[in-house]
Design a binder for this molecule. Structure first.
Ligand SMILES: [Zn+2]
Length: 440
């Protein structure tokens, strides 16, 4: 048999087997036509009425009114529902859970010394599924994930072996001496090195960025200051991290809580400020002028009530409300000064309803602060997509990812419909729910 014949036979065999293989893996049908009762335009920030979304493979081919279904296309009738782009949480910790009375060093000891990487990653996979089921089709995972376990999970999701959102992982955060662990008089089991990439000096900062890039990181997580630890990176180290990240075309998310550290990070050119607890108006103005995102990670009232429920004496609701007010004021100061806001939950405490529900609850907190439901939705779609740097994310239009969520009612009138997502699609494939509740 000639080489050519062998090749032809092999090709024929593959062609014969392919449909069965594709079916067995449950791959998305090639063409899907979604008929949405109402569509959220995440860029414009408004519902635009009934729209049809034609999906080819993993991407949207066309959005329009009264589109004809191409031959062989699967039609999904969501005529009674609103469709929004898949939600995005830009600050998650898939591999971290801090339990009651644990410090971060206790968590690191449990993760590294008791549970180990394998079990830790399995639990991370469970959380990934929770995000997806809550309508979150993408997350940016920012460290406290051992040594690149986030990227391991990302690979599993990308390979179709683990259900989960698109993961944009950072690998271990680039931190000053000690990382975020409480000051340890001794660290015999190298817990700090197990969770962070400690940076010492400008050359080392650049090397750390290249290490992350080489391992496949999608974003650099940097700790200009490592609160609750007191150590800080030098300005030169922060600048080196940012410039090396820019050379590699990768964004930098900066954990910073004091105004001084935030300012240094913003001046160095980071992409986003995480938390920003003590930020001044002056620094917010600088962020607005430089297009730096703020990722407000404050809990909503519902979350704070759950976090305090197990306290020996739960503070009265009014006191919790008062405590949350500082975060709400900060978010609204940022918004009024023109700072871009992207949703980030930073949830790493046990949360009964699951991680994805926590992200949704965080968004409720943005509305409690004073954003309109529409602005909050934009923080979790359009703004988050722009922050992640992928034009195809957080929006539903030609060539975007076919990531969408169907909900009953109009989510721009109030976020309650997000509590019960009826159908979640990622990359043209239904990942959770069904069209039943939405069929017209
Ligand atoms: Zn965090």
């Amino acid at each position: 048999m000639s080489r050519l014949t062998v090749a032809a036979c092999a090709a024929a065999l593959i062609a014969a087997c392919l449909p069965a293989v594709v079916h067995a893996q449950g791959a998305a049908p090639q063409m899907v036509l979604v008929r949405a009762g109402n569509l959220f335009d995440s860029e414009a920030g408004r519902m635009v009425g009934p729209r049809d979304i034609l999906i080819r493979g993993q991407r949207v081919a066309e959005v329009g009114q009264g589109l004809a279904a191409p031959e062989g296309a699967t039609i999904i009738d969501l005529g009674r529902c609103s469709v929004i782009p898949g939600l995005i949480d830009v600050h998650t910790h898939l591999l971290l859970e801090q339990r009651e009375r644990e410090g971060l060093s206790d968590v690191a000891a449990r993760d590294q010394g008791v549970d180990g990487d394998v079990y830790r990653t399995l639990v991370g996979a469970q959380r990934a599924r929770q995000y997806l089921e809550a309508g979150f089709t993408a997350v940016r995972d920012l460290g406290n994930s051992g040594q690149f376990l986030d990227l391991m999970l990302e690979r599993g999701v990308n390979d179709g072996r683990v259900p989960g959102p698109r993961i944009y992982g950072s690998g271990p955060g680039l931190a000053p001496e000690g990382g975020q662990l409480e000051p340890l008089t001794d660290d015999p089991h190298q817990l700090v090195a197990g969770e962070y990439r400690i940076v010492n000096g400008v050359d080392d900062a650049r090397a750390a960025v290249r290490e992350a890039v080489a391992r496949g990181a999608d974003v650099i997580k940097a700790y200009p200051e490592a609160t609750p630890q007191r150590t800080r990176l030098s300005v030169a180290e922060i600048e080196a991290i940012v410039s090396e990240a820019k050379r590699h075309g990768i964004p930098v998310a900066a954990h910073a809580t004091s105004d001084a550290a935030i300012r240094e990070a913003v001046e160095a050119g980071v992409t986003s400020i995480e938390h920003g607890y003590e930020i001044s108006d002056e620094t917010l103005r600088l962020m607005a002028s430089k297009g730096v995102w703020l990722v407000p990670t404050d809990p909503s009232l519902e979350m704070a009530l759950e976090f305090t429920a197990s306290w020996p004496q739960q503070p009265p609701r009014e006191e919790i409300d008062r405590h949350l007010q500082a975060g709400r004021d900060r978010l609204m100061r940022a918004h009024r000064l023109g700072v871009r806001i992207a949703l980030g939950s930073d949830l790493y405490f046990p949360y009964a309803a699951g991680r994805g529900a926590g992200s949704r609850a965080t968004l409720d907190g943005y509305v409690e602060a004073g954003l309109t439901p529409t602005q909050a939705l934009q923080a979790a779609t359009w703004e988050a997509g722009r922050l992640l740097g992928d034009d195809a994310l957080g929006v539903l239009r030609s060539r975007s990812w076919a990531d969408l969520v169907a909900v009953e009612g109009d989510p721009t009138q109030g976020l309650a419909p997000l509590r019960t997502p009826r159908l979640v699609m990622k990359g043209g494939r239904i990942e959770a729910g069904a069209a039943d509740h939405c069929a017209s």
